[in-house]
Design a protein around this ligand. Structure first.
Ligand code: ATP
Length: 352
């Protein structure tokens, strides 16, 4: 496996710019996810790394080798697409072996490698089936085996789970991550699914408009987003516009003063208050400093979501679902409640 270095990578299509001076290093054995809204340049970046698309400027290096001008088939990347892209008339084993055949690897050796790759993705028993005789999840695993069998320097995943249903997606996510860690695969993953990015990646790159907004571990981005866009993109968030009142308060545009320990949690030019719904505690009765009225209660199984209005602001609160006999379990719209949070929990960030 190699490390990946992307330097000032830029791609223009006519007058529009899809990727704008991207810098990124993926360390050997690390999984980095590119996360961002549709059109932010994730796929274009991946395609330039794979060699399918020439950059307008900038460089791509595998370890110290500059591969910017190298065609895709000489880069030794293992790529997995959303569509799987399996050959429909070939069996699973033939699909996996195809790349080896192209590289001139013959009979017995090829068969050994194919068997090993199928075993890695737990499909040894289904090697003789055609793609149409396999479930979506199994086809996805064939695609993974096909990418792995060539001993790639770099593993590239383009929305690999989008075609799977929610339950299967959660399972395959864990499986791919386990395989990636076990084999130490240097991996670049493209996704617009924040849960996928948060659960699978060592580090996340949040992109917008062809540029990097923030790079960091999932926890860094979730707990300490540098702006409101990142805060909102990596998870649910209460974001309220306003300005810092003093060291212990933030005044919203509607005049509500919210408790916050500003010193360690404030970014430059901050004009928004950002607080995760699960960091807010809710109590029945108007007995606190921040009292409001319940607007909605939504049961989500292990968690319950409350919408609480205080003046002109509505807060989203997510808490573990209370036991049936706890006072919170009886909350209904119009009930009075009080909200509270640790002053260190909110972030004051710029809204751009
Ligand atoms: P999605 O999640 O929807 O796939 P993305 O983040 O992967 O989005 P890209 O596919 O990289 O985004 O596209 C980035 C921008 O470049 C978009 O505005 C897109 O319209 C544009 N673009 C991509 N490919 C081309 C092309 N071949 N010709 C012209 N414009 C393109």
């Amino acid at each position: 496996m190699a490390s990946l270095m992307i330097e000032s990578l830029t791609k223009r299509f006519g007058s529009s710019i899809a990727v704008d001076g991207l810098d990124l290093k993926v360390r050997e054995g690390e999984l980095v996810a590119l996360l961002g809204p549709s059109g932010c340049g994730k796929t274009t970046t991946l395609r330039m790394v794979a060699g399918f698309l020439p950059p307008t400027s900038g460089r791509v290096l595998f370890d110290t080798e500059d591969v910017t001008r190298l065609p895709a088939h000489k880069r030794a990347t293992g790529m997995v697409f959303q569509s799987y892209a399996l050959f429909p008339h070939m069996t699973a084993a033939q699909n996996v072996g195809f790349g080896l055949e192209m590289r001139g690897l013959g009979g017995a050796e090829r068969q050994t490698k194919v068997e090993e790759a199928l075993r890695l993705v737990r499909l040894s028993h289904l090697g003789g089936r055609l793609p149409r005789e396999l479930s979506g999840g199994q086809q996805q695993r064939v695609a993974l085996a096909r990418a792995l069998v060539i001993n790639p320097k770099l593993f590239l995943l383009d929305e690999p789970l989008s075609n799977l249903d929610a339950k299967l997606r959660a399972e395959v996510r864990v499986e791919i991550r386990a395989l990636q860690q076990r084999l130490g695969l240097t991996t670049l993953l493209v996704t617009h699914d924040r849960e996928e990015a948060l659960t699978m990646a060592d580090r996340l790159v949040v992109m917008e408009g062809g540029r990097v907004r923030q790079i960091g571990s999932p926890r860094e981005l979730y707990d300490a987003p540098q702006d409101a866009f990142v805060a909102d993109f990596v998870g649910r968030c209460n974001i309220l516009s306003g300005r810092r009142e003093n060291e212990t308060g933030f005044r919203t545009e509607s005049g509500l003063v919210l408790p916050v320990d500003t010193a360690p949690n404030e970014r430059d030019n901050a004009n928004a208050f950002a607080l995760r719904p699960e960091r807010i505690a809710i109590q029945p009765g108007a007995n606190g400093d921040l009292n409001g009225a319940v607007e909605a209660v939504t049961y989500l199984g292990s968690q319950t979501e409350y919408h609480v209005r205080i003046g002109r602001e509505v807060f989203v609160v997510i808490q573990q679902t209370p036991g049936a006999d706890e006072p919170l379990a009886a909350l209904k719209p119009q009930d009075q409640v009080s909200l509270a949070w640790d002053r260190k929990a909110p972030r004051l960030v710029p809204q751009t």
